[in-house]
Write a protein that binds this ligand. Structure first.
Ligand code: G
Ligand code: G
Ligand code: MN
Ligand code: NA
Length: 259
């Protein structure tokens, strides 16, 4: 595959860049932070999304240096935002971790080094791991996440609800946030909202809160969805209704606007 061989050179040439999608507090609409979403500005094919190259990067192992670059760049950006924001509390940064990064022995050391070099407190970083990556995870795979959590880094379970994890299993995972998959909230875009969808989300939120997990909802596209999800007690939200992924200035403007 042509893209596969081009990946390492692309990293060296600086062809990757990051878009940021804001996360907002549902209670008052304040900006809570942002998720870093990597893109590849390919010289021939134009801008490629993560779905077009992350699986290749995983397969070839390039995901480790690429993921380290994303972390470093996103953390640097978070520090930059923090310097411009005092009144509404620090902005947080969410970074996705792929399964190959989880298995890489340098994960904890690299992450700590990036935070220290930038001077970002660990509590401002949230690492997103998909539910499917943790299904059936043994203690060896969870250990690095436990260490990071003990340092104050938040771990979010991404795409929650799309796997088929045993709910009781949640108790032994070092996660502090559930990111409820977009598929759960699709049926709430317009009134009348399906009462069964409401019941399901209500149940998940209640379970999450009883385990002291915060709930982030993904894919909020309409005001109807935002209202229902707020009433159901979701903590933070992300989606086109608030903002699409975009350049770092977008977040800057939004967060200064509500400070
Ligand atoms: O940006 P977009 O909505 O196209 O993202 C698609 C998927 O790519 C999402 O599931 C997201 O978690 C994943 N993704 C985006 N950026 C990164 C990254 O830096 N590392 C990894 N492993 N996945 C990412
Ligand atoms: O990490 P994850 O795979 O969940 O990444 C989020 C993905 O969802 C990104 O590809 C992003 O572009 C996409 N996304 C973000 N907000 C919305 C939304 O409101 N609606 C839809 N359909 N997709 C969204
Ligand atoms: Mn994610
Ligand atoms: Na997701």
């Amino acid at each position: 595959h042509g893209l596969t061989t081009a990946l390492p050179a692309a990293l060296e040439r600086g062809e990757f860049f990051i878009e940021y999608q804001p996360l907002v507090h549902m209670g008052d609409g304040r900006v809570h932070g942002a998720e870093a979403l990597v893109r590849w500005s390919h010289p021939q094919h134009g801008v490629l999304g993560p779905d077009q190259f992350i699986p290749l990067a995983e397969h070839t192992g390039l995901i480790v240096p690429l993921g380290r670059w994303v972390l470093q760049e996103a953390v640097r950006q978070a520090c930059d935002w923090q310097q411009h924001r005092t009144e509404s509390g620090p902005l947080r940064i969410n970074v996705n971790l792929s399964p190959a990064q989880l298995q890489h022995p340098g994960l904890v050391k690299d992450t700590v080094a990036v935070l220290e070099r930038a001077g970002l407190e660990p509590g401002a970083l949230c690492l997103e791991v998909t539910e499917s990556a943790l299904i059936g995870a043994d203690e060896g795979l969870l250990q690095p996440l436990r260490q990071l959590a003990a340092l104050g880094v938040d771990i979010a379970l991404d795409d929650f609800g799309t796997g088929y994890s045993n709910l009781a299993n949640l108790r032994r995972l070092p996660v502090s946030v559930l990111k409820l998959d977009r598929s759960f909230t699709k049926g709430m875009q317009q009134a009348p909202v399906d009462p069964v969808d409401l019941k399901i989300v209500e149940g998940i939120v209640s379970l999450a809160h009883s385990l002291e997990l915060a709930v982030t909802v993904e894919g909020v596209e309409t005001g109807v969805q935002a209202d229902r999800l707020r009433e159901l007690g979701c903590d933070t939200a992300q989606g086109w209704y608030y903002a699409r992924p975009g350049p770092p200035d977008q977040l800057h403007t939004l967060s200064l606007a509500d400070a």
